[in-house]
Design a protein around this ligand. Structure first.
Ligand code: NAD
Length: 329
C-alpha cells in the first residue's frame, strides 16, 4: 500500500483519518508539532514531531521512503483567535502550506488532499451552499483557507500538483472505540461545549436567539468526523487513480439549529443543558448548510451518520471516557 504523509494527524479530524488509513492498510507517517494536537492520538512509531515550516525536514520525509500523496490538516482553526491575531493565521496556515507544497515539489510528490472549510463562503446568499458560491470569507481564518485554495489552483496549472480541497462544514462526533474524539484547547465547538456543560453544570453560552430562523438560533450542517475521514480516504483514492483537482463541500445537506443540538444532547445524556443566551457573534451566518451533491456524484461519498442523536452519542461516550481519566478544571 502507498505511503501517505498526514500533517496535523495528532489533531481531531486528522487522527480519525489516520486511524482509518491504517485500518485500510496504508503506510502512514504523521507530521505534527503538537502545538494544538495530542501525541496520544497517534501510534508513537508513526509520529514525527515537526513543524510545517521545516521545509528541508519535510522534503526528506517525503523522499525517503517515498510518499505517494499528502493529506494536509495542520492549521490553526479558531475564528475568534484569527480576528485577534490574524498574523498567526497567515503565517501558520498560508506560510505552513507554502512550505509543505515547496517540499512536495522538491520531493516530486504531486497529490494533496487539503482541509478547507465552509468559512471560505462567509455569509452565503443562498443555502444550501454549492461550490459555485463565491469566496467571501469574513475572518482571517477563512481568508487563509481561500489563499491556500487559490495557491493550489496555480500549483496545478503551473507545476502539475493535483489537489482535492474538502470544504468541511461542522465536524463533530468521535470514535470512542479508537480512543479518539474532540479535545481542542480552548474548545470552541458546540457539541463538546454542550456535553461539558452537562457534565460540569457550568452554563454554556448560546450566541444569539434572534436570528431569522424558525427558533431564532443559528442553523449549521453537522457532519460526523468518521464520515469526514471517509471523504478523505475517497478523495485520496481518486487522486491516486489519476482524478483531476477539485473542491468539494463536505457536509450532510441537513441543517440543525443550536437549540435542536441542545435537545439532541438532552435526549442522549438524559440531563438538562445548563445554558444562557448571549449576544450574537460578529460574522456568524444565520444558516450554513452544504449542498454535498458534487461530492456524492463525483466520488460516491455518503454520510453514514444521518441522525444527529447518533452523532452526539459518540461524542458523549468519548467525553465520559475522557472525563474519567482527565478531569476538566
Ligand atoms: N473542526 C472543524 O469543525 C473544522 C471545520 C472546517 C475545517 N477544519 C479544518 O480541518 C483541519 C483540522 O481541524 P481539527 O479540528 O482537527 O484541528 P486540530 O487543532 O485538532 O488539529 C490541527 C493539528 O495541526 C497541528 N499543527 C498546527 N500547526 C502546525 C504546524 N505548523 N506544524 C505541524 N503541526 C501543526 C496541531 O498540533 C494539531 O494537531 C484544519 O485545517 C481546520 O482548519 C476543521
Amino acid at each position: 500500500m502507498p505511503r501517505i504523509l498526514v500533517t496535523g494527524g495528532a489533531g481531531y479530524i486528522g487522527s480519525h483519518t489516520v486511524h482509518l488509513l491504517l485500518r485500510r492498510g496504508y503506510d502512514v507517517v504523521v507530521v505534527d508539532n503538537l502545538c494544538r494536537g495530542h501525541a496520544h492520538n497517534v501510534p508513537p512509531e508513526r509520529l514525527r514531531r515537526l513543524s510545517l515550516q521545516d521545509t528541508d525536514a519535510l522534503t526528506g520525509l517525503l523522499r525517503d521512503p517515498p510518499c505517494a500523496a499528502v493529506i494536509h490538516f495542520a492549521a490553526y482553526i479558531a475564528v475568534g483567535e484569527s480576528m485577534e491575531k490574524p498574523e498567526l493565521y497567515f503565517a501558520n496556515n498560508v506560510g505552513g502550506s507554502l512550505s509543505l507544497v515547496s517540499a512536495m515539489l522538491a520531493a516530486g510528490v504531486d497529490k494533496l488532499v487539503f482541509s478547507s472549510t465552509a468559512a471560505v463562503y462567509g455569509m452565503p446568499e443562498r443555502v444550501p451552499v454549492t461550490e459555485e458560491a463565491p469566496f467571501a470569507p469574513v475572518s482571517p481564518y477563512g481568508e487563509s483557507k481561500v489563499m491556500v485554495e487559490k495557491m493550489l489552483g496555480w500549483l496545478d496549472q503551473c507545476r502539475g500538483l493535483r489537489s482535492v480541497s474538502l470544504r468541511y462544514f461542522n465536524a463533530c462526533g468521535a470514535d470512542p472505540e479508537a480512543g479518539l474524539g474532540e479535545e481542542h484547547d480552548p474548545e470552541t465547538h458546540l457539541v463538546p461545549l454542550l456535553l461539558r456543560a452537562v457534565r460540569t453544570g457550568e452554563p454554556v453560552t448560546i450566541f444569539g436567539d434572534d436570528y431569522d430562523t424558525p427558533d431564532g438560533t443559528c442553523i449549521r450542517d453537522y457532519i460526523h468526523v468518521s464520515d469526514l475521514a471517509e471523504a478523505h480516504a475517497i478523495a485520496l483514492e481518486s487522486l491516486l487513480a489519476g482524478a483531476p483537482s477539485a473542491a468539494y463541500n463536505a457536509g450532510t445537506g441537513q441543517g440543525h439549529s443550536v437549540l435542536e443540538v441542545v435537545r439532541a444532547v438532552e435526549e442522549v445524556t438524559g440531563r438538562t443543558v445548563p445554558r444562557r443566551i448571549g449576544p450574537r457573534r460578529p460574522g456568524d451566518a444565520p444558516v450554513l448548510v452544504a449542498d454535498p451533491s458534487r461530492l456524492r456524484a463525483a466520488l460516491g461519498w455518503r454520510p453514514g451518520y444521518t441522525d444527529l442523536r447518533d452523532i452526539v452519542a459518540t461524542a458523549w461516550e468519548f467525553e465520559c471516557r475522557r472525563a474519567a481519566c482527565r478531569p476538566v478544571e
